[in-house]
Design a protein. Structure first.
Length: 210
């Protein structure tokens, strides 16, 4: 498929990488021993004027892997009951593939070489993703193994805020504290935040309005 050179192309904006916003909820802080319980990913698209927007959200509840540690303090913080039947949780490999497959399609569809994880403190999210990929022996991880975009750093630069809730509000976006600490909600708000920062930077760079 030929791509018009006079239209913005997402693949060109980030050196061939497709930014995908990810948030995970877990049963602790150790990616090697603690369970991955939720994962959400938001793909992004660029419009004809070069502005970035959230596109699709993909989400899965994950069953704790065999032998996983479940830190009660982490469960109390997120409010997740790992074994509640209404979670409709999937085995770890199946849940990851449910999220990964549409990301792989989007990478191909946007003529990118690979996805790059965008997160609020992405070291944490990417660590759990990579550990789960290793455990489940998934061969085609769509994400770069160690590179990421950090909305903590970007928000600190742009708004002087590093806490997600405060950064979202400083960006002029809505924040509902009652929905926070679910992978789905946090990923979608982080995606809006990242797009806002990228678009405002573009406005500064080109002297236009976002």
């Amino acid at each position: 498929m030929m791509i018009s050179e006079d239209k913005p192309v997402l693949a060109k904006r980030f050196r061939g990488f497709l930014p995908v916003v990810v948030d995970v909820e877990t049963a602790g802080f150790n990616a090697q021993t603690d369970a991955l319980l939720e994962i959400a990913a938001v793909t992004l698209r660029m419009d004809e004027s070069g502005l970035l927007h959230p596109n699709e959200t993909h989400h899965a509840h994950i069953e704790p892997f065999e032998g996983a540690n479940l830190d009660q303090r982490a469960l109390d913080f997120t409010g997740i009951d790992p074994y509640h039947p209404l979670r409709l949780a999937l085995p770890e490999r199946e849940g990851l593939e449910k999220v990964f497959e549409p990301i792989r399609r989007e990478v191909r569809g946007q003529n990118c070489t690979r996805a790059i994880l965008v997160g609020h403190n992405p070291f944490f999210d990417l660590g759990f993703v990579n550990a789960a990929v290793t455990r489940t022996r998934i061969k085609k991880n769509p994400f770069h193994a160690f590179s990421s975009f950090d909305t903590v750093t970007l928000s600190g630069l742009m708004f002087g805020q590093t806490v997600l809730a405060r950064a979202v509000q400083a960006a002029g976006l809505h924040w509902d504290a009652s929905q926070a600490h679910s992978a789905l909600y946090d990923a979608e708000r982080t995606a809006e935040l990242f797009c806002t920062i990228v678009n405002r930077w573009r406005a500064l760079e080109f002297g236009g309005a976002s």
